[in-house]
Design a protein around this ligand. Structure first.
Ligand SMILES: [Zn+2]
Length: 441
């Protein structure tokens, strides 16, 4: 247990450093560290912002006296790691966040006419990446600063990480590269925006994400034959089959399954109906023809599926394929021309055995929030999206998510983060590091 005067001193050190913290977040937001692999952009025009943001974080870590490692597996995409060596005897801890952000194309949709303004106004810091997740990165770094300013020497190592590539699952050159380089700890906290029913929930799980395509093929013919394809004479083979009509049979079937999942797929950390099979893109027609002149040749639907943290991904893919197969078997055309299912991407769920770090984070949050609008016991909830915690857990480092900001404004125009959440999170990160890593008396 950390004694009360030391806790008070550390919390006061966070509060005294408030202006420097807000300035640092503002400056970090002004670095347009857009992930160059995000769709719809030219890689060469965009690459490099991430490296710049990591160099900014490396300077912050260096000022703390950390051993700093700045390294890239892809040019211009540096990761920054700062290690604060413990005196020995305590548990080690990783504080992780990503420096990459999603694009912000439409300047006119942003209140300051600039998506990367970093403006501090009305109790918030504004700009792309404020919530997702430069505020979290700097909250973790400034927690370490408060410990240093208070003369605290931790027992276990505290490893600060600013990584690239999260937004496009380039974990191999980001978070997983830090693990490959040997940065491991007894637990990790990823400072993604963790809003549950209120801000700053402790999130020890996230769903798995699967992207898959379903392609249905028809039999194209002149559009004038539409009537004969629908109402063929008894003795005739229909001259064509609409891939769109057949595709919507599969579409409807998956929508029904999605409805059933609200009951069938449950998890105690999530509201009912959280796990879904979303049709995100529908394309169809006859390749190369923009005019509906043909009975359509194909329909392809891209799905994004979310499965519960404790579900088996292989079983989920089998369930989808079996369901589509079942529907296809009930239709003469689809029986002969089965829909083609392609699994395109899998971001694993996060379901660590992380009771110890979750409990410690709840305790740190509760103490940090005393006397603020966030006072009370921490809420424990599931993270609704995916984040780098999955890859840390998969590498054997139990990882949870906790941090300032709101996922509702992440990736949206006019993104912002509330300053009071940032301060509370910074206070909590400082206390958590002491509690987890131990303090040399
Ligand atoms: Zn994020």
């Amino acid at each position: 247990m950390i004694d009360a005067p030391l806790t008070e001193r550390v919390l006061a050190a966070v509060d005294e450093d408030r202006d420097a913290l807000l300035q640092a977040i503002s400056q970090a937001v002004q670095i347009a560290s857009v992930n160059p692999r995000y769709p719809g952009q030219s890689y060469d025009d965009v690459v490099g912002g991430e490296g710049q943001a990591s160099r900014f974080m490396a300077d912050v870590y260096r000022e703390l006296g950390a051993e700093v490692d700045l390294f890239a597996l892809e040019p211009g995409r540096e990761n920054a790691v700062g290690v604060l060596r413990g005196s020995g005897g305590g548990r080690s801890l990783i504080y992780n966040g990503h420096v990459d952000v999603v694009p912000a194309e439409k300047r006119e949709n942003w209140r300051h006419g600039d998506p990367f303004s970093g403006r501090i106004e009305a109790g918030c810091i504004w700009g792309r990446g404020a919530t997702d997740m430069k505020a979290g990165l700097l909250a973790q770094a400034f927690a370490a600063r408060a410990l240093q300013r208070s003369g605290v020497q931790l027992g276990g190592d505290l490893i600060l990480e600013a990584v690239v590539g999260e937004e496009c699952m380039n974990n191999d050159i980001g978070v997983s590269a830090t693990v490959g380089r040997g940065y491991r700890a007894d637990a990790a906290v990823v400072s993604e925006p963790s809003t549950g029913s209120a801000p700053l929930a402790v999130m020890p799980a996230s769903p798995g994400q699967l992207w898959f395509s379903v392609k249905v093929t028809g039999k194209p013919t002149h559009a004038a034959n539409r009537g004969r394809t629908l109402h063929p004479a008894a003795e005739d083979e229909p001259p064509g089959v609409s891939a769109i009509d057949k595709g919507f049979i599969v579409y409807e079937a998956l929508r029904r399954l999605e409805q059933e999942w609200a009951f069938a797929k449950r998890h105690p950390l999530y509201r009912r109906g959280q796990f879904t099979i979303m049709p995100g893109i529908v394309a169809g027609g006859t390749a190369g023809v923009e005019f509906p002149l043909f009975v359509p040749e194909f329909m392809q639907t891209e799905y994004l599926l979310w499965y519960p943290p404790d579900a088996d991904a292989a079983a989920v893919t089998r369930e989808i394929e079996a369901h589509i197969g079942h529907v296809a078997a009930s239709d003469p055309w689809l029986r002969e021309h089965p829909p083609e299912v392609r699994w395109r991407l899998h971001w694993p769920a996060n379901a660590p055995a992380a009771d110890a770090i979750s409990a410690a984070t709840c305790a740190a949050h509760e103490r940090a929030a005393e006397g603020t609008q966030f006072a009370g016991a921490a809420e424990v909830a599931g993270f609704p999206a995916v984040d780098d915690a999955s890859w840390l857990t998969e590498a054997g480092i139990p990882a949870i998510s906790y941090g300032p900001g709101d996922l509702a404004v992440a990736h949206a125009d006019d993104e912002f983060v509330r300053i009071d959440e940032v301060l509370c999170a910074t206070r909590a990160f400082a206390l958590l590091a002491m509690q987890w890593c131990g303090v040399r008396a």
